[in-house]
Design a protein around this ligand. Structure first.
Ligand SMILES: Nc1ncnc2c1ncn2[C@@H]1O[C@H](COP(=O)(O)OP(=O)(O)OP(=O)(O)O)[C@@H](O)[C@H]1O
Ligand SMILES: [Mg+2]
Length: 296
């Protein structure tokens, strides 16, 4: 499907994403559709492993755009997001042009485009048509000054660079921000974005995802995986665990079970593969304690 075809309706967008292996529920597809049509950034918040990052990747394929990714972390600096100068090349250049009677403007000589190292934000602004998809991943890990720095980009798709002036996007990049909500984002960031909370999928959608991602699994095994994980996350069991498995874990679990040639779930194969679903020893013990009820 062409990018324009994918944007014809919400159904068309869902179909285009599904063609790329991403099964979006309708509300998510609506949020994406609106973000694209209104040319606004989309902030996706949700538990780990529910498909936030994967959505940006699938969307880049649908829109036939290059995806640029900015992985945020505590202490990240602007130069890692936007640009920095290639100081070594600048110094070499200065040496080369230095002579006792040099009259050239040294500042002009070093702040040239060829000494500029573009980082994802600037690359996204500079990307020629059809433009880029910019994924600002796990923005909650960056610090508040970095959020403040993002405001101009998120609001106007432009950035002011002291030595170069204002750089404005030729084509607004499709911009996806993700957050695991380890802390609340600033209101000013949220106001510039459309927002969607990504929850765990219902059992039917999880089954469909497992089936598309792990086609080697039999329908019966995939159904048992989806049912088991749904039960783990249900009100009756969720509070027994510190961290619940996401879609990523369900998919990997199905893969692991196929590899071990398990035909159906039983106590032994669940415990043998517990480390795929749970990544904390306490939760593996909790699983052991709830196992009979979960398999009943
Ligand atoms: N809707 C979906 N359709 C198809 N596959 C999905 C979907 N959601 C999640 N997945 C699968 O789950 C995996 C993990 O998803 P992803 O890495 O996007 O999660 P995340 O929300 O970004 O997690 P984290 O917060 O840990 O970064 C993907 O690689 C993909 O296999
Ligand atoms: Mg992610």
């Amino acid at each position: 499907m062409s990018p324009a075809g994918a944007l014809a309706s919400i159904d068309a967008l869902m179909a285009a994403l599904a063609q790329e292996g991403y099964l979006a529920e309708r509300r998510l597809a609506t949020a994406v559709f609106l973000a694209l049509r209104l040319e606004r950034p989309l902030l996706l918040e949700g538990a780990p492993g529910v498909g936030k990052t994967e959505l940006a990747k699938a969307l880049a394929r649908v829109m036939q755009r290059q995806m640029l990714r900015l992985q945020c972390y505590d202490g990240m600096e602007q130069r890692e997001a936007l640009y920095e100068w290639n100081h070594a090349a600048q110094l070499l250049h200065l040496r080369a042009i230095q002579s006792p009677d040099a009259t050239s403007n040294l500042e002009q000589a070093v702040y040239q485009d060829r000494f500029l190292i573009r980082r994802p934000l600037l690359q996204a602004l500079d990307m020629p048509a059809p433009g880029a998809v910019l994924l600002i991943d796990e923005v909650d890990r960056a610090d508040e000054p970095f959020e403040a720095f993002l405001l101009e980009y998120l609001g106007e798709y432009q950035i002011s660079i002291p030595e170069l002036g204002t750089v404005k996007a030729t084509v607004p990049p499709i911009t996806i921000l993700t957050s695991n909500r380890t802390r609340d984002l600033h209101d000013a960031v949220k106001r510039r974005c459309l927002f969607h909370w990504m929850d765990y999928p219902d059992q039917a959608r999880e089954l469909a995802i497992v089936r598309t991602q792990v086609p080697q699994a039999t329908e019966a095994l995939a159904a048992q995986v989806a049912a088991f994980v749904a039960k783990v996350r249900s009100a009756a069991f969720a509070s027994n665990f510190e961290r619940l498995p996401g879609i990523a874990e369900s998919v990997e679990w199905a893969r692991a079970l196929v590899m071990l040639q398990a035909q159906h779930l039983d106590a032994e194969c669940v415990m043998d593969t517990a480390g795929v679903l749970f990544k904390q020893q306490d939760d593996v013990l909790n699983l052991q304690n709830s196992l009979d009820a979960l398999l009943a």
